[in-house]
Design a protein around this ligand. Structure first.
Ligand code: SF4
Ligand code: SF4
Length: 410
């Protein structure tokens, strides 16, 4: 389902750690779809997802970081920016130059000259339960994906290209894997088990072992790269799965910046008081406190949970049953991480490899005491990051006036 343009759109731009991320825009200014939004130094921050007039720009602090919000009154006349032009003969360009061009254009492609990926993995599993984006993009945009895989093979320098799919997508994957008489990828069938679709886990789930530094990419992302190269259109759309309170799903194509309330209306979903609105799937989604929050590039699903189905996590004591340890895909000790976080012993969390937690949510899902394990872990990660930042500042101020000071890291 194609979601119509909203009357008002909200573009969220994440600020960097040092507070950068303020667009060189002012209220009343006109913007066009696909137009670059840059800061005062000309650094690309985002692309405008709509045509319209900037209504307001303001700071928006959130749990997951600080953002600049750009409210845009959307015009019904959707006009693409005249600078949105495809790149001639992009396939024949020198690989390093093409990777730089894509990175400068806002695509995060981890291809380095000194450390090339040893495999390209097209991850067609989903990021969370009940999400069904990647399977649909693979089925609908197979030709574009095939061209994308050829390109990635060339610019990454890797001979191994794997399409990781659940068994029911085998035929689609095989069509994508073969170009004329040439096979460009192998198809690896995986059980659609959570959390295999997470990029940190999928290399381990494959039948081919020994892959150490893969380039993992989803069909949606690869499709957006090729559309950008061939037509010049930056990724202003997002595919999402809308999940209602009975787990009925609709797949939607929606402009980034569209308020969730607009999507719920188009999906004919009403929310009642105390229902829970979740951005993301059942395991990793985050609650939203109001329906005017906009769709961002990292939201794969919008889910409405009935008020009676909402599970309340609490602060009950851990009974040391060990279930959370058994289920953790990274063999961590979630009960200890949560306990250290609860008592502000954040440094101890480091001793227990907190950085390896991928926030899959499985530990909290099985917890006998319904402890908010992931919340504690995320809180500890944030506190540790804050402490590291303050440590950096302390080192900087220690160094003032001392020339080449070599203070130990605090
Ligand atoms: S969220 Fe829990 S189960 Fe998942 S990786 Fe982190 S500690 Fe392990
Ligand atoms: S599952 Fe919950 S109760 Fe059991 S050990 Fe882990 S944190 Fe404790």
């Amino acid at each position: 389902m194609d979601v119509s343009l909203p009357k008002q759109s909200v573009l969220l731009i994440k600020k960097s750690a040092n507070g950068e991320g303020m667009p060189a825009l002012s209220s009343g200014e006109s913007i066009k779809t696909g137009g670059k939004i840059s800061d005062a130094e000309g650094k690309l921050l985002a692309y405008s997802p709509v045509t319209g007039t900037v209504a307001e720009i303001y700071n928006l602090p959130r749990v997951d970081g600080d953002f600049t919000a750009v409210d845009v009154n959307t015009s019904e006349n959707d006009v693409w920016d005249e600078n949105c032009r495809g790149i001639d003969n992009y396939f024949d360009r020198e690989p390093g130059a093409l990777v730089s061009l894509l990175c400068d254009s806002g695509f995060a492609l981890d291809i380095r000259k000194d450390e090339r990926p040893d495999a390209v993995i097209l991850n067609c599993l989903e990021s969370d339960l009940l999400v069904s984006i990647n399977r649909n993009v693979l089925a609908e945009y197979g030709d574009t994906i095939r061209r994308g895989l050829r390109l990635l093979k060339r610019i990454s320098g890797s001979d191994i290209v794997i399409i990781a799919v659940p068994g029911d997508l085998r035929d689609f994957a095989e069509k994508v894997a073969v170009d004329g008489s040439e096979r460009i990828a192998v198809v690896d069938l995986l059980k659609p088990l959570y959390p295999f679709g997470m990029k940190e886990i999928i290399p381990r789930a494959l039948s081919r072992k020994g892959i150490r530094r893969p380039l993992v990419i989803t069909p949606e992302y690869l499709n957006s790269i090729i559309v950008f190269l061939e037509h010049g259109s930056p990724p202003v759309h997002k595919f999402i799965t809308l999940i209602d309170r009975n787990n009925v799903r609709i797949n939607m194509k929606v402009r980034i910046g569209t308020p969730i309330s607009h999507i719920l209306r188009e999906g004919n979903i009403k929310i009642s008081e105390l229902d829970k609105l979740v951005l993301g799937g059942t395991m990793r989604g985050k609650s939203s406190f109001h329906a005017e929050f906009p769709v961002t590039a990292d939201i794969d699903a919008i889910m409405v949970q009935d008020r009676d189905a909402v599970v309340t996590l609490g602060n009950e004591a851990c009974v040391n049953c060990g279930k959370c340890i058994g289920v953790c895909p990274n063999k961590l000790q979630p009960h200890l991480l949560a306990r250290y976080s609860e008592f502000s012993l954040f440094e101890r969390c480091r001793d227990y490899d907190i950085d390896y937690c991928i926030e899959c949510g499985l530990c909290a899902y099985v917890c006998t005491s319904r402890r908010a394990l992931v919340h504690y872990i995320v809180f500890a990660k944030k506190e540790l990051a804050k402490m590291a930042k303050e440590g950096d500042h302390a080192i900087e101020s220690d160094n003032i006036g001392e020339g080449l000071a070599c203070h130990p890291v605090k």
